[in-house]
Design a protein around this ligand. Structure first.
Ligand SMILES: CC(C)(COP(=O)(O)OP(=O)(O)OC[C@H]1O[C@@H](n2cnc3c(N)ncnc32)[C@H](O)[C@@H]1OP(=O)(O)O)[C@@H](O)C(=O)NCCC(=O)NCCS
Length: 150
């Protein structure tokens, strides 16, 4: 199992996982934009040619937002997202990013477990942030420990 930087040729597989993972999947152009952007880190996990999962971390000077992390359904609960999250945290640290923020549906217990195990803490709540279905978002943040050589 290896972690690689996403390329445009990975787009179709990313969108397949996106479709099976989210009630409001991103458009092809939105994902294309993030893969091309110099401000975005998009690691993917592959094994024997198959993509297992991906993550989208968008950087804003010394902060970043974790926009997406998703794993193909049949490979969930095998620590693939944990690997992607650690990779994103190391990337942030190397690039002078002090904090990573994210929003997560309050019912998304698996994702909240993933983030909590990865050192994220609850910062607040955005009421009715999500549609389809309407739901509050939990805002979480992680200090990357920049410069501590994680
Ligand atoms: C959330 C998601 C990315 C987790 O991916 P994953 O590869 O299965 O996660 P991991 O195997 O690394 O597990 C991370 C943690 O979540 C828990 N977890 C993950 N899936 C679980 C499941 N089906 N049942 C119970 N716990 C689960 C693990 O126990 C682990 O916690 P721990 O470290 O305390 O043991 C995956 O479920 C997914 O793609 N969901 C749909 C998309 C989504 O909701 N993304 C997040 C919002 S942007």
């Amino acid at each position: 199992m290896i972690i690689l930087n996403a390329k445009q040729s990975d787009l179709d597989e990313i969108l397949e996982i996106e479709e099976e993972s989210f009630s409001e999947p991103w458009s092809k152009s939105g994902m294309e934009f993030e893969i091309d952007s110099d401000d975005t880190y998009v690691p993917i996990v592959r094994d024997k040619g198959e993509m297992f999962g991906y993550l989208v971390l968008h950087c804003f000077v010394d902060e970043a937002e974790l926009f997406r992390v998703a794993v193909r359904k049949k490979y969930r609960n095998m620590k693939i997202a944990t690997k992607l999250l650690i990779s994103a945290q190391k990337f942030a640290q190397r690039n002078g990013i002090e904090k990573i923020f994210l929003e997560v549906r309050q019912s998304n217990i698996n994702a909240i477990k993933l983030y909590t195990s990865g050192g994220f803490e609850k910062l607040g709540v955005r009421k009715n942030y999500y549609e389809n279905p309407k739901e509050d978002a939990i805002i979480m943040v992680c200090n990357t420990g920049r410069g501590e050589g994680k």
